[in-house]
Design a binder for this molecule. Sequence first.
Ligand code: ADP
Ligand code: ASP
Ligand code: MG
Length: 418
Amino acid sequence: MTTNKQRLIVQKYGGTSVGSPERIREVAKRVARYRNRGDSIVVVLSAMSGETNKLVALINELNPHGSSREKDVVLSTGEQVTIGLLSLALEALDCPAKSYTGTQARLMTDSAFCKARISKIDGSKIQADINAGKVVVVAGFQGVDSEGNITTLGRGGSDTTAVALAVALGADECQIYTDVDGVYTTDPRMVPEAKHIPKLALEEMLEMASQGSKVLQIRAVEFAHKYNMPIRVLSSFDDGDDGKSTLVTREEDIMEEVLVRGVAFNKDEAQLTITGVPDQPGVAFKILGDISSANIEIDMIVQNIATAHNGTDGTTDFTFTVHRNDYDQAMKILNNTGEKLGAKNVSGDDKIAKVSIIGGGMRSHAGVATDMFKALADENINIHMISTSEIKVSVVVDEKYLELAVRSLHEAFDLDKA
Ligand code: ADP
Ligand code: ASP
Ligand code: MG
């Protein structure tokens, strides 16, 4: 495809796409091909596959409870290797390239180490390199805070670097190259019958990502949604540039509205319950505020309504879910809060999982939730918690039923049919 107008494209390559010298050479060839036909290219890279996990393991071996600032110093190193290697590979193809770490790229974040949020990008240096005809190669997943500390953006954060850079530079498209050729009706690794989705609304992708489809990091989709940046998901393993892909774009640009677009799941969750707390104004704020102050994100929340069991003594119960990594810390905090409030009991379960169905068509159709509960009941799967939004229904189930739940929902909503 050639266009008259010079396009600016941000291409992000994930860990498996740069997992070996051969793969990096393939990426270099693709980047050079795009550049040579006149596009301006900014590349964002992840660390080589498995590298960040290795760094996490090293940290855990030495001091898992150590300071998050130092963890980020370690975690950010994987991406520095790949940006240098790709730039060298591009040079070898006579394609001028220049690498930037997050700090060098002036990708500013807050100071929430290990899960920092991007606040500002000064793209002027990068823009000057683009204008000079260079391919700019930026380390994903990392930034710098106002004190000059290295920060990282949370696992999968290179997607967010790519979209944020695309927005800051006013790119025409943000391409996310990975090991699948697009977004599927559910994770094709779990359900081989999953179907490819050629076009998807940003709103739907937002729900899919937030419910656990890790093909795109949630914050990347939030950015794209806020600034209306189209994302294209493609495979770096396809030869040529005419393979399948998924375009994630504004809802107006999607022709057909589908009742259920896909099934997402998340096994990284844990559930905490506090019972017998005073049923008074401010109690939810006290319980959940203590957790949020520790920078722990709360996902689902259920407060029991007054029943014969708990209503008559003026108390109530709360259950909520957090990321499994935050379970121990959240439990400690909740035990403290429980003591202060004179709660009856504090308990938890980290062997749970969340399964969600997502689709824009739910807005105008009732009964989808009922069909979902029936499909799960038919498989004898017990539901612990339910939460709904305009375009999604999520349930918490025992982790051991996760795969069965995903498969039966995928089938019940005919997602395995073309
Ligand atoms: P990268 O290292 O390129 O960032 P990820 O592993 O983060 O790649 O994301 C790609 C993976 O996302 C796929 O290999 C697939 O297993 C998983 N995935 C989960 N849900 C979906 C979905 N609905 N469609 C496509 N891939 C999905
Ligand atoms: N290397 C980081 C990770 O493994 C960031 C990324 O790949 O997006 O989470
Ligand atoms: Mg990823």
